[in-house]
Write a protein that binds this ligand. Structure first.
Ligand code: NAD
Length: 471
């Protein structure tokens, strides 16, 4: 397979070429380097019809066979991590080693989920009756993914949905469709035609999908604003919905930390993938006793870290993934400058790529835009605190509730703080750690429903209670 050209959709196990195309831009240069199909409404209908037809036999396929297929899909990603990783860097911007790790991580994720089997609960087993609850697949899943972790976040949907016995039509972001289209082709050897379809297109395709009556379930990862539109659209025929949305995660740094040990970890918890991570630290609350010490260490890392084209050796942080996001982050930066906030900045390449330097905002007012809004780019507000109750209130004063972190040597105290954070995930002395066997669920406007863990698998299934009279 040539990973550098010929990007085609996969509908019913075959190539689907559309009359129109969308351009794919390399964010490190700002120029288009490839094009992807622009799915027509008719092709969406075909994909949904193929998935509906395939559902009949896929749901009847023994779960062990479905699990084996998902495992094989994982093998395929691992076998092609090199080529897919290179393509990933060109379309997404992330440096090559980390790009390859995304593909390998997605492969490992498919392996892990392929070992999961939904439970059967027996609520009565008596001479009078036997009652059990089993779980059955929902039907055809509409999967919509964002551009920041395009392969990982797609596979978080593919693995449980297909193990559970559903079929799927997957749409990557128009900014990063290429790896996903190639994966669609690679998986044709693994899944029967129609089980796994991949389509790509522009801004209209997502709304067409969520409104399509042929889907039973929507699994969406993206911004909170879009998530609301998805839920509204799904309400028309009560499609099941899982939403993984934005966050404005707080990290709380207590005064007893060893700054030399934690500075690097805190820095990359905020800035890895150029801070385009839903669960990145986006508000850093630091106890006043260690504030200056941590700020100076983070500033040192910010100035030393190499930002550039991910294809170049030694690059640690790549560009912002797309122009739209680049302009949003620039706007936030302009607002910080206009309000005369103190900025500590690293270096970024000049030119036509979408680069914004690592920026630490030194103790801005709590109500400033950089604190209140999800930047989804390399701008990190650092804020001082004195009192633990007060900082927990500030951390929780957000419409989001995705994840959070506490840094302290006193684990009991850190756990107490963690339990008071209104988030679906909370880390102590670590961050960004997510696992296939552990539920990931945003609270408040960070989402609805669960991905990962058994709870995540069951989001793709419906309980069926079976009552059998005896005697
Ligand atoms: P986005 O909402 O703009 O787009 C996400 C996807 O939705 C894309 O595929 C897009 O084409 C599609 N889409 C756009 N409008 C649509 C509509 N009306 N109906 C249906 N689909 C539509 O988000 P993005 O900019 O790609 O991603 C960044 C956001 O995603 C951030 O807010 C980030 O925090 C969030 N995110 C959340 C998680 C999580 O697991 N909670 C993970 C990654 C990213």
């Amino acid at each position: 397979m040539d990973f550098d050209r010929d990007y085609k959709m996969t509908i019913n196990g075959r190539d689907a070429v559309s009359p129109g195309t969308i351009e794919v831009v390399n964010p490190a240069t700002g120029t288009a380097f490839a094009s992807a199909p622009d799915c027509t409404r008719g092709q969406l209908d075909e994909a949904v019809a193929a998935a509906r037809a395939a559902f009949k036999s896929w749901k009847a396929t023994p779960i062990a066979e479905r699990q084996a297929a998902v495992k094989k899909a994982g093998d395929i990603l691992l076998a092609h991590a090199e080529e897919l990783g290179r393509l990933f860097t060109r379309e997404q911007g992330r440096p090559v080693d980390a790009a390859k790790q995304e593909i390998q991580g997605a492969g490992a994720w498919l392996h892990a989920v392929s070992t999961m089997t939904p439970p059967v609960h027996v609520s009565e087993d008596s001479p009078a009756q036997y009652i059990e609850t089993r779980y059955v697949p929902l039907g055809v899943v509409c999967a919509i993914a964002p551009w920041n972790f395009p392969v990982t976040l797609s596979m978080w949907k593919v693995a449980p949905a297909l193990v559970a016995g559903n079929t799927m039509v997957l749409k990557p972001s128009p900014f990063t469709p290429l790896c996903t289209l190639k994966i669609g082709e690679l998986f044709r050897d693994v899944f029967p035609p129609g089980v796994f379809n991949v389509i790509s297109g522009g801004d209209e395709l997502g709304p067409w999908m969520t409104a399509h009556p042929g889907f039973d379930k929507i699994s969406f990862t993206g911004s909170t604003a879009t998530g609301k539109r998805v839920m509204e659209s799904a309400s028309k025929d009560l499609k099941r919905v899982t939403l993984e949305l934005g966050g404005n995660d707080a990290a709380i740094v207590m005064p007893d930390v060893n700054l030399d040990e934690v500075a690097q970890k805190i820095f990359f918890g905020a800035f890895f993938n150029t801070a385009q991570i839903c669960v990145a630290t986006k508000r850093l609350y630091v106890h006043e006793a260690v504030y200056e010490g941590l700020r100076d260490r983070l500033a040192g890392i910010a100035k030393a870290v190499k930002m550039g084209d991910g294809a170049e050796q030694g690059t640690v942080l790549g560009p912002i993934q797309n122009k739209r996001q680049y302009e949003r982050v620039l706007d936030l930066l302009e607002d910080a400058k206009k309000n005369e906030l103190t900025l500590i900045q690293g270096a970024a390449p000049e030119g036509s790529g979408f680069f914004i330097p690592v920026t630490i905002v030194d103790n801005p007012p709590e109500d400033s835009r950089v604190v209140q809004e999800e930047a989804f780019g390399p701008i990190l507000p650092m804020l001082k605190f004195k009192d633990v109750d007060d900082v927990i209130d500030r951390a929780n004063a957000s419409d989001y509730g995705l994840a959070g972190a506490v840094w302290s040597k006193d684990i009991d105290k850190a756990v107490e703080i963690a339990h008071r954070m209104e988030t679906g995930t909370v880390w102590i002395n670590q961050n960004l750690n997510l696992r296939p066997d552990t539920p990931f669920a945003g609270r408040k406007q960070s989402g609805s429903g669960v991905e990962n863990g058994m709870e995540g698998l069951l989001e793709y299934m419906a309980p069926q209670a079976v009552y059998i009279a005896r005697g």
